[in-house]
Design a protein around this ligand. Structure first.
Ligand code: PMP
Ligand code: GLN
Length: 380
């Protein structure tokens, strides 16, 4: 049989590859982004409660209303923007499905979608699967800020969407209030949708408030906000997230959502609705992860690795140029096999595989895991 691949240049995601290598070589896994500690036992009890109570058949297609109301309240409390839970919020099977669905719903063959690189790995393949073209704007290689002159020069009548992500995976950088204003100016009066990936929204550090698209009413009117409970409550394996968008956009989003997943896991949605009605269960997260970042930096401060600035997420970039000039993918594989520490090489987040000798470390780990990792790092 002759197969004509729709993604001829795509292999298995780096997260699967590096986590597999870590397992094979019994290495400490700071590669794929997930916590090595559990969620609050209260959340597990709630899931059990709703399963035992019989909520085991299909949930409503857009999500259970209790959870949509809860999401609407969180967004309103955090960013002062009101989404109608009935018509403007949909629960999804994680952020990956939300992003894919948004692209499928709005992007036609021949369209252009602006993506900032380094970029999380699911954006470009989803764009290409719909016959559209990803137009890349490079973030600054050291502080990962947006070059707005470059963005303006690449926008044209074919541009239908801009994907932003703050706090940013893989760099840990965050956008500023001025970036939101620049974005507002850029898309004003144009048929461009902003797809805002905010899965790390509750993990912005050093007292800086998260710059959600929902803070800017004009922008929110032409944006799709995506988030994921996996990051917020330490349950990446449950794959539940959501989308908030103005009604006209949500109508189109749901047309695709209903045929991609129809509805999301029922008892877990009810459990999230109860659990997240207590603001402490998301508002403390930034302090928790800031302490992890600070511990990891303190433990590795005398190593030869040089940290870049992390203002959010649970990722820390480190340059190894003082140690080796090897390609970052080779260095990351060698580190896993020989030193038993798995990381992600930064070049995989660039279409052109730009290699600045930088690795990404996930610090969503128990303190003792970070201590063991630091012991290895300090000997490099
Ligand atoms: N966007 C970014 C920036 C991410 O880092 C991730 C997952 N780590 C996702 C989307 C996907 O989230 P989910 O696991 O909910 O699909
Ligand atoms: N988003 C996680 C990361 O950046 C991985 C998610 C996945 O494996 N698809 O590491």
């Amino acid at each position: 049989m002759q197969i004509s691949s729709k993604l001829p240049n795509v292999g298995t995601t780096i997260f699967t590859v590096m986590s597999g290598l870590a397992k094979e070589h019994n290495a400490i896994n700071l590669s794929q982004g997930f916590p090595d500690f559990g969620c609050d036992p209260k959340l597990l009890e709630l899931v059990q409660k709703y399963m035992n109570a019989g909520f085991n058949q299909y949930a409503p297609m857009p999500g259970v209303i209790q959870l949509r109301e809860c999401i609407s309240k969180i967004i309103s409390d955090c960013y002062a923007y009101n989404y109608n839970p009935d018509t403007e919020i949909t629960v999804t099977s994680g952020a990956t499905q939300a992003i894919y669905t948004a692209i499928a719903a709005f992007i036609h063959a021949g369209d252009e979608v602006m993506v900032f690189e380094p970029a999380y790995d699911c954006y470009v393949p989803a764009i290409e699967l719909h016959g559209a073209k990803a137009i890349i704007s490079q973030l600054d290689p050291l502080n990962f800020s947006i070059n707005w002159n470059d963005v303006h020069s690449k926008i044209n009548s074919k541009t239908k969407m801009i994907i932003i992500n703050s706090p940013h995976n893989p760099s840990g950088a965050v956008i500023s209030p001025n970036d939101l204003l620049e974005l507002e100016k850029l898309v004003a009066g144009k048929n461009i949708i902003v797809l805002s990936d905010e899965v790390y929204e509750h993990m912005a550090f050093d007292g800086q408030p998260h710059q959600s698209i929902a803070r800017n009413k004009t922008l929110a009117a032409q944006s799709i906000l995506v988030s994921s409970f996996g990051k917020t409550v330490h349950t990446t394996g449950w794959k539940i997230g959501y989308v908030a968008a103005p009604k006209e956009l949500m109508i189109e989003f749901r047309k695709v959502h209903q045929f991609l997943v129809f509805a999301v896991n029922h008892p877990f949605q009810l459990a999230f609705a109860d659990f997240l009605s207590d603001p402490k269960n998301y508002s403390e997260l930034k302090h928790f992860y800031q302490a992890k970042r600070d511990l990891f930096l303190k433990l590795t401060k005398n190593s030869k690795l040089q940290p870049l600035k992390t203002s959010g997420t649970y990722f820390q970039l480190m340059s190894y140029s003082n140690i080796s000039q090897e390609a970052d993918t080779d260095f990351a594989i060698r580190l896993t096999k020989e030193k038993k520490l798995a990381t992600i090489p930064l070049s995989v987040f660039y279409t052109n595989k730009y290699d600045n000798k930088v690795l990404r470390f996930c610090f969503a780990k128990k303190d003792e895991t970070l201590e063991q990792a630091a012991e290895i790092i300090n000997k490099l």
